[in-house]
Design a protein around this ligand. Structure first.
Ligand SMILES: NC(=O)c1ccc[n+]([C@@H]2O[C@H](COP(=O)([O-])OP(=O)(O)OC[C@H]3O[C@@H](n4cnc5c(N)ncnc54)[C@H](O)[C@@H]3O)[C@@H](O)[C@H]2O)c1
Length: 258
């Protein structure tokens, strides 16, 4: 892998889950990393053996908090080379007609608006750096229909549209923009999704877990580290000619009908 050492990186929602794995992988590769999260207690638990990581408390769905966050990043790091828009919530599990509008709104606010707010404040910094990389963490739900998860699915399709458009706007400034679509990632969040789907369908969580494994050609869930590896590749000089792409890290999802 060529060239993420010394890069200045921001990863949203990285006190846990996939974002945390991405932040650790950047640290391991020699980058300077800033992360944010809404969960102050989880942020306080994040270990930094390198001295190159700092956590800041912010909700990406609040544009004022995001503005303050990027002022802090600029004054701390003197600029930015990589933005990873990782924040995303599962949202409600229900048929579309049963989804409360406030649950729809919150899902769009975090998953789509949050990425827009972060990009809006990161882009001037990336331009000042003379180039850079934005990676938006979408989902295989951004490539398929996904019953019982309408706001999540809509937010991730929209994030891919935002990715393609920003890639066209920012290419002339040597800023690359790509989306990564994780499949079902092992961990507490996907277990909660299995439990919610099981309740909605009246079956056991084991049945749902098995159906999720069977939906990919490789018959597998993926790890947060699998996703992190692809994000690092795209942000490094190895990915210097890759922009506007949507890359699934999912063992090849054949269907989301379950
Ligand atoms: N876990 C999966 O199976 C899976 C699959 C496909 C895509 N994804 C996507 O990957 C990304 C990360 O998912 P995850 O499973 O690691 O998430 P997670 O649910 O484990 O949450 C990770 C972190 O996000 C923080 N967070 C939540 N809302 C926030 C907000 N508004 N502002 C700042 N921080 C916030 C949480 O406090 C938590 O520390 C999301 O965009 C998600 O949609 C996840």
């Amino acid at each position: 892998m060529k060239g993420v050492a010394g890069k200045r990186v921001f990863v949203s929602a990285a006190a846990g889950g996939i974002g945390h794995a991405i932040a650790l992988r950047f640290l391991q590769a020699g980058a300077y990393v800033r992360i944010c999260d809404v969960d102050e207690a989880a942020l306080a638990q994040v270990q930094d053996p390198s001295g190159r990581l700092a956590g800041l408390c912010a909700d990406v769905a609040d544009p004022k908090q995001v503005e303050a966050l990027f002022h802090k990043i600029e004054s701390d790091l003197g600029g930015l080379d990589v933005l990873v828009n990782n924040a995303g919530i599962s949202g409600p599990t229900a048929n579309t007609e049963d989804i409360p509008p406030e649950d729809w709104q919150r899902t769009i606010d975090v998953n789509l608006n949050g990425a827009f707010y972060c990009a809006r404040f990161a882009i001037p910094l990336l331009k000042k750096s003379g180039g850079g990389s934005i990676v938006n963490i979408a989902s295989t739900a951004g490539l398929h229909g996904y019953p019982l998860r309408a706001p999540y699915t809509a937010s991730k399709w929209a994030l891919i549209g935002l990715t393609k458009t920003m890639a066209m706007e920012l290419g002339p400034f040597r800023i690359r923009v790509n989306a990564v679509c994780p499949g079902s990632v092992e961990g507490s969040r996907i277990e909660a999704v299995f439990a919610a789907k099981a309740r909605a369908r009246g079956v056991s969580p084991d049945e749902i877990r098995n159906a999720f494994r069977q939906k990919s050609s490789l018959r597998t869930l993926v790890s947060a580290e699998d996703v992190a590896e692809t994000v690092i590749f795209l942000s490094s000089d190895s990915g210097a000619r890759i922009s506007g792409q949507t890359i699934a890290v999912d063992g090849h999802t054949e269907t989301m009908r379950m």
